[in-house]
Design a binder for this molecule. Sequence first.
Ligand SMILES: Nc1ncnc2c1ncn2[C@@H]1O[C@H](COP(=O)(O)OP(=O)(O)OP(=O)(O)O)[C@@H](O)[C@H]1O
Ligand code: SF4
Ligand SMILES: [Mg+2]
Length: 341
Amino acid sequence: MSKKLLEVKNVHTSFFSHLGEIQAVRGSSFTLNEGDVLGIVGESGSGKSVTAMSIMGLIENPGKIKEGQILFDGQDLAKKGQAELSDIRGNEISMIFQDPMTSLNPVYTIENQMTEVLRRHNKGMTKKQAVARAIEMLSLVGIPKPAERIKSYPHEFSGGMRQRVMIATALSCGPRLLIADEPTTALDVTIQAQILDLMNDLKERVNASIILITHDLGVIAEVCDHIVVMYGGTIMEKGTVDEIFYNPQNPYTVGLHQSVPKLTASGEKSRLVPIEGSPPDLMHPPKGCPFSPRCPHAMKVCLEKPVPTVQLSETHSSACWLFHEDAPKVGNYRKGGEILE
Ligand SMILES: Nc1ncnc2c1ncn2[C@@H]1O[C@H](COP(=O)(O)OP(=O)(O)OP(=O)(O)O)[C@@H](O)[C@H]1O
Ligand code: SF4
Ligand SMILES: [Mg+2]
């Protein structure tokens, strides 16, 4: 059996303002095995980035991990101080963001920036060794003529190439976990596909586990082994890629699938069915299931009681009353906006 690298257990992360508490992540639990790629998918505001920032130890005041454990190789990151976390970041866990321009400094060359990161994390590494390693990493991520291109400034690269540079930088210290938060969202469709191909390729060649965050279910099928579906700060469903794509059980996951364009046999795009309504207010989340105001199957119990997570197979679970043995069995689905008894 694969070894567990990361275990997120019942994590609650909130932001506190004078208006109240924004409950951004509410009881998140999932596991990432060594060598696996885990996708976290959900609409904007569902808590994907806050989950990633919680793992990285980057939640800052007025934010706080209120509860839960983040076990990385058995050590609880939620209990570590900033000095230890900063040591882990870069050495053991690296992150790449949606827009590489925000992470790259426009006034320094790629060589400056990559060697600075490398030497900060590898005490005793000479400048020459750092440059050689940086060129090797640029070549690994498909930058042509890396020994020449390393002298360039960020603006001399296209968006896709800049994202490759970021991936090379993030991987240069040999992290055991790479978190990629929407790495392709800012790119056009063809370049997106190339970056995803690269991630797929790297997964085989680099000894790192990957968390890939996206709001687009369409992009992760080929790259991920397991998928976590988030909504309103809650994990609605998790399972293997096959379970989430071919046997989705949670009404929110089904809605997400229907809102992704698919090509039909004739090559045309199928009609999109957007999920009606808007995501919950995380300062005043619904008492019961977060999806209940929008769910076509909502029952009375969904509005009143916190949603139970039901295990459907060893790897597959759904947070939904529909699967619970105590749930009313028939006839009480939402009809015309009203919840029937
Ligand atoms: N620093 C912060 N201060 C206050 N609220 C925050 C902060 N960061 C995130 N939030 C809130 O936490 C919730 C979850 O945000 P998060 O960024 O995790 O969403 P997301 O799923 O990554 O969305 P997107 O797809 O738009 O990136 C949102 O309601 C957001 O407004
Ligand atoms: S718990 Fe109820 S409201 Fe929530 S997804 Fe399931 S059926 Fe829909
Ligand atoms: Mg985000």
